[in-house]
Design a protein around this ligand. Structure first.
Ligand SMILES: Cc1cc2nc3c(=O)[nH]c(=O)nc-3n(C[C@H](O)[C@H](O)[C@H](O)COP(=O)(O)OP(=O)(O)OC[C@H]3O[C@@H](n4cnc5c(N)ncnc54)[C@H](O)[C@@H]3O)c2cc1C
Length: 430
């Protein structure tokens, strides 16, 4: 692309910056990204994912503590290992949530509206977290591991882009790295492995060719899915092709609105939109997608912006609908849920993500789908290098999807690059 960073993209917006892609450092124990920030004395701030929930009749839910207790209960389950449960994430969470509510908040069981409405909100929230249409597309039996510590650590006004400035030694007008030569706007179309043991050739769309003893490919799983057939010459082994096809990448996206100044109050990270069942059924079919925007988040890097999160097919749709319609619908949502309590002005700007439409990403991040249990080795196959006849790795693979335990994250992506660099450095045959 015309910039570095890939699925990390910090943009100046409002009175600070917003993140169009990755937003938080998820966990700090043994985190490469957190460690890099700490080594350079960059303060990383926790942002508790607390909710203030508004309902589709324009009222606020009255017991914020209870709601956040339930949100937290659901969210903690997502990051844990559950090897004995066969099924989707939603089925699992619901099966644990009901006994929890029964014992802690028994009066809620009688409220026939609240629980399905809350479960609807959690489905949208966790679907965004997983980049899926529905939380039941996610396999509960996953090798994903949370790093220890706070799961939402923010680069706030520095922006996630600072990670790259630190890695490239350009932070605070640093001189960069003298031997590094990054070619922007240089699309690779083919990676050729000659059979005679000669160097690997990397061919670009403008006809330029680079040769190297070893090549590390870090394109997203979405790009691999779309291009593996033409990108590699000779083609990939069958096992790798199957792993590419069977592993899933989803779409999570944001629509970020800017206002003259903040008109909202409170410190919560999200304004959650909880649809009353009777309002949901009244929606026109063509507006039903609006129920998949779980709420508006408050970016930590600016004070006058709100980001609407969405995922799955709705996420893809919002990348291509005309921008003025997307803006108008987001405002409709804000006014429906919060308009009785606030006088909401028109926004003064909009940014939206396009992670699926972008041919250099073709999705937001990978997730473990319902077939993962049968194909437990797929991420290791994705990471497997292509070797020459002497067994020397010549084309290597990194990127978030190749990390069996920390896929879908920026720290997983960084670690996977390190893993492949070490594979080369430690190879006694080189
Ligand atoms: C909306 C969103 C929110 C997220 N939130 C978080 C979060 O809060 N915390 C977190 O840890 N992670 C988050 N992530 C995930 C995180 O951003 C990714 O896991 C990580 O950035 C992936 O890095 P990568 O190096 O594997 O791939 P990428 O960042 O996609 O890098 C791949 C690079 O390959 C280049 N490329 C692709 N095709 C070609 C080609 N043909 N020729 C040349 N170059 C090519 C691309 O331009 C890109 O620069 C989020 C992602 C999104 C989209």
């Amino acid at each position: 692309m015309d910039r570095i960073g890939g699925r990390v993209r910090t943009v100046p917006f409002g009175d600070g910056v917003v993140e169009v892609g990755a937003e938080w450092i998820h966990g700090i124990g043994n985190s490469s990204t957190y460690r890099t920030a700490m080594q350079h004395n960059i303060t990383i701030l926790p942002q508790d994912p607390t909710f203030k929930v508004y309902q589709s009749d324009g009222t606020e839910t009255d017991d914020e503590l209870l709601l956040n207790d339930l949100v937290n209960f659901c969210f903690v389950l997502v990051g844990q290992k559950h090897t004995n449960f066969i099924g989707g994430m939603g089925e699992f969470i619901t099966s644990r949530l009901l006994p929890y509510v029964k014992s802690k908040y028994p009066y809620l069981i009688k409220d026939t509206g609240f629980l399905p409405e809350f479960i609807g909100l959690m489905n949208s929230y966790i679907s965004v977290h997983e980049a899926t249409n529905d939380w039941n597309e996610v396999n509960v039996q996953s090798e994903y591991e949370d790093l220890k510590g706070h799961q939402h650590m923010s680069w706030h006004r520095y922006g996630y882009k600072t990670l790259f400035e630190l890695m490239l030694n350009t932070y605070n007008n640093g001189p960069g790295l003298p031997n590094l030569d990054i070619k922007l706007n240089t699309e690779v179309t083919q990676i050729i492995r000659p059979e005679d043991g000669a160097d690997v050739r990397v061919v670009c769309v403008d006809g330029s060719t680079y040769t190297a003893r070893h090549v590390i490919v870090t394109v997203s799983l979405g790009v691999l899915k779309e291009r593996y057939n033409t990108l590699f010459n000779p083609g990939l082994p069958l096992g790798k092709i199957e792993a590419i096809e069977k592993t899933s990448i989803g779409t999570a996206g944001k629509i970020i609105l800017k206002f003259d100044k903040a008109w909202w109050h409170g410190q919560d990270a999200y304004y959650g939109f909880m649809w009353k069942l009777e309002d949901k059924v009244k929606l026109r079919i063509e507006d039903y997608w609006m129920t998949k925007i779980f709420g508006a988040g408050r970016p930590r890097g600016s004070t006058n912006t709100l980001s609407f999160w969405t995922s799955g097919e709705v996420g893809k749709l919002l990348e291509v609908l005309p921008e003025d319609i997307v803006k108008q619908k987001c405002m409709e949502l804000l006014r429906k849920f919060m308009g009785k309590l606030y006088d909401i002005p028109e926004p003064t700007g909009i940014i939206r993500s396009s992670w699926f439409s972008n041919p250099f990403t073709r999705g937001s991040y990978s997730y473990d789908n319902r077939l993962t249990t049968q194909n437990a080795n797929d991420r290791r196959l994705l990471a497997e290098p292509l070797r020459d006849s002497l067994g020397v790795p010549r084309v290597l693979f990194a990127g978030e999807a190749t990390d069996s335990h920390h896929f879908s994250t920026a720290h997983g992506a960084v670690d996977s690059g390190h893993r492949e660099a070490m594979r080369l450095i430690n190879n006694s045959k080189l």
